[in-house]
Design a protein around this ligand. Sequence first.
Ligand code: CUA
Length: 161
Amino acid sequence: MSKEHPLSPEKVEKVFLSLAAAMLLVFLLALFYSAYAMGMHLPGRDGEINPTMVRETPPFDEPGLKQIEPGRYEAVFLGMAWAFQPREIRIPAGAEVTFITTATDVIHGFHIEGTRVNLMMIPGQIGRATYTFTEPGEHLIICHEYCGAGHHLMYATVIVE
Ligand code: CUA
């Protein structure tokens, strides 16, 4: 007289298969939600320039902050071994800043702490990301791509006033 166990191997397998399928579905939905509802996307290339003529090519011939209209700015950043140019920008709280970046020598990283701005600075390629700084404070910009002996010295600052 044996009673069948409620969790037969077939049943357990079915449960695991449905769990795996449900997880895939959840991940896929999360991906679509972040891409379409939250507007997230990979920081892609935004054009190409001649990497040997960076300092002669607009807008990189004038690195720094430029006001486009009230509350909106454009910040052109160059990455080089081992510094960012400019080293510091100051903006009022609430400002929307579009960062336009490239590198003059090797690959660098461009991450603004406390924000989702995270770009690769690649020679010959233009990076672009927009962010609105709502709170006053300081954000460090760091190079997150190993670029040689001075990699750890490479930083700049965003000051939100
Ligand atoms: Cu530039 Cu690390």
